[in-house]
Design a binder for this molecule. Structure first.
Ligand code: ADP
Ligand code: MG
Length: 579
């Protein structure tokens, strides 16, 4: 990746293929593609040695598709792959790259698949066959496929096929193909038996080896997250919540992915933008300028677009998609740790990409440590401390007299503890971006009996989502009062907690010296009712009993207690400070 690769358009591929690459959002050929496409187009045999994830499929599929004769409805290309999954993947890739080739057919054939179905599709006429060696050998024995018209044979992941014991079948298949066909052999490693196959069947092959240069990148701490259990996007957003970052570059493989991901990050509240090769130079420069000025924090980039980027505030490089080769990786993480600063590199690795991870470790001569994703608790902690910071700032900088006065009157009139009022305000302030990521803005708490899952529990009569579909209120009596030191908030708190009922579903509370009444939703489950009879408030049993009567129907339910104070709370400024 140190040299700029030639663009796809200069490799000699046909127009419909270039069109498909454009659709797929591929920006530039990977090193193995740049090296393998020209000789394969020229009809030469090749040996390609490269790790997984380097883009080998396109390296052979693109030139072979360019050379395909759509008129000739017989297998012209046969790809042998070690597993059914890989055969399907390769067939799908052919389909994608052949999108603009009308009438093109590719067929994956593998064991376990219904034979008659395969035969029917074969009779329809296919241009490319992708199969596991066992199944292909089967068909050859039965005479259900013919390799007479074959012009190219690809051995994909040859070392893997050897490891799986397919080597004899592979040799057999090569031997049955016409002398004139070209052979492309791809392998991550070159064990002796593979070398032998190459020596006996390939003619003057072009040998391509994607070397993994070693480099040290000491200023950068490198970590990886093994992709599992969570979508990459969710993992990324969680990381961005707790990592103390300044500027970030997120690397993806395609131009379209830069835009999609940038949009999603923006939607999640980040100042993010895409940068890719579709943008002209001035556009790219403007975007980089915005990152420098901290007008943007996150750039989502392809390798090509981010080449040479030098922005000192980049604290993190996130390899959302693993790069095609180790040089690209080194190049990517070199975007951080600049100007003597420390940098962080995080790499997402799927199970198929483990080999590339090891190759990268070797190339950078540094172990890459596995990282855990931040837990919900950590995310909450970060949100809480950020929130506290905001409160500190307001306390320091804003004249709060008007609000103090407002809340003072509110808590007095409602007989509500100021701390509870402050909590309600905190709830409102975080509603759009809840402090606790796992929980909804207005969490519906079921009745306690339901939560604890008692044996003969009864579901609450209805789920109360909004006030207007809530159950009607009925009046209950209770047996504690002011002479026991009980306040309204104690009664409400006890009922809310013990019955698992949201405060807003608790109606008017009348508190006397030795008892009072409370309005509660109709249809309270028996066990909750029994529990509320016994529950203690300020050390005394609440003694809940049914008072027999519905609450006054027309009274507005929501603001519990007295109506809200008049005034214009919408215009806080302009009120002179109290001091
Ligand atoms: P390999 O066979 O070497 O393991 P693949 O051919 O399966 O690698 O390619 C790995 C991934 O990279 C695939 O998702 C493929 O679509 C993508 N890819 C391949 N070539 C390019 C390219 N030039 N630009 C962007 N993405 C690419
Ligand atoms: Mg492959």
């Amino acid at each position: 990746m140190s040299d700029t690769p030639p663009p796809f358009a200069q490799l000699g591929l046909s127009a419909p293929i270039l069109q498909a690459l454009n659709d797929a959002g591929y920006e530039a050929p990977s090193p193995i593609q740049a090296a393998a496409i020209p000789p394969l187009l020229a009809g030469r045999d090749i040996i390609g040695q490269a790790q997984t994830g380097t883009g080998k499929t396109a390296a052979f599929a693109l030139p072979l598709l360019t050379r395909i004769d759509l008129e000739r409805r017989e297998p012209q290309v046969l790809v042998l792959a070690p597993t059914r999954e890989l055969a399907i993947q390769v067939a799908e890739a052919f389909q994608t790259y052949a999108h603009h080739l009308p009438g093109f057919h590719v067929l994956p054939i593998y064991g376990g698949q219904d034979m008659s179905h395969q035969l029917r599709l074969l009779r329809r006429g296919v241009h490319v066959l992708v199969g596991t060696p066992g199944r292909v050998a089967d068909h050859l024995r039965r005479g259900t496929i013919s390799l007479k018209g074959l012009s190219a044979l690809v051995l994909d992941e040859a070392d893997e096929m050897l490891r799986m014991g397919f080597i004899d079948e592979v040799e057999n298949i090569i031997a049955q193909s016409p002398e004139s066909r070209q052979v492309a052999l791809f392998s991550a490693t070159m064990p002796k038996p593979i070398r032998k196959v190459a020596d006996s069947y390939l003619k003057d092959p072009a040998e391509i080896s994607i070397k993994n240069a070693t480099t040290t990148v000491s200023a950068v701490r490198q970590r990886y997250w093994p992709v599992a259990g969570l979508h990459k996007l969710d993992a990324l957003t969680r990381i961005l919540e707790v990592e103390p970052f300044d500027g970030v570059i997120v690397f993806v493989r395609t131009k379209s992915a830069t835009e999609e991901l940038a949009e999603k990050l923006e939607a999640r509240g980040h100042a993010a933008a895409a940068i890719n090769g579709d943008m002209n130079q001035p556009q790219r420069e403007r975007t980089v300028e915005r990152l420098k000025k901290a007008d943007l924090d996150i750039l989502v980039a392809t390798d090509v677009a981010a080449r040479g980027l030098d922005v000192p505030r980049i604290s993190h490089v996130i390899n959302y998609d693993i790069p095609h080769d180790t040089e690209a990786y080194v190049h990517r993480i070199g975007r951080t740790g600049r100007a003597g600063r420390a940098g962080e590199a995080i790499l997402f690795v799927t199970s198929r990409e483990r080999r590339m991870l090891r190759a990268i470790e070797k190339a950078t001569q540094q172990p890459i440590e596995a990282m855990d994703l931040p837990s919900h608790e950590e995310v909450t902690d970060h949100r809480v401390s950020r929130f506290q910071g905001e409160i500190d700032k307001v306390l320091d900088e804003v004249d709060l007299a008007f609000f103090e006065d407002l809340l003072y009157r509110y808590s007095k009139e409602r007989e509500t503890d100021p701390l509870r009022v402050a909590a309600a305000m905190a709830f409102l302030a975080q509603k759009a971006q809840p402090l606790r990521p796992s929980e909804n803005k207005t969490r519906e708490r079921p009745h306690k009996a339901e939560r604890s899952g008692g044996p003969d529990q009864q579901r609450p009569r209805r789920e109360r989502k909004r006030d207007d579909d809530a159950a009607p209120l009925v009046v209950y009596r209770f047996a504690v009062g002011r002479s026991q030191g009980v306040e309204v908030k104690n009664v409400v708190g006890a009922i809310a907690n013990e019955a698992g009922l949201e405060h807003r579903y608790i109606g008017r509370v009348e508190l006397g010296d030795d008892g009072g009444t409370v309005e509660l939703p109709d249809g309270m489950p028996k066990e909750i009712f029994q529990h509320l009879q016994r529950v203690r408030v300020c050390g005394h049993p609440l003694g809940l009993s049914f008072a027999g009567g519905e609450a006054a129907p027309e009274r507005p339910r929501k603001p519990r207690g007295k109506p809200a104070p008049k005034g214009n709370p919408g215009k806080p400024r302009g009120k002179p400070p109290l001091r």
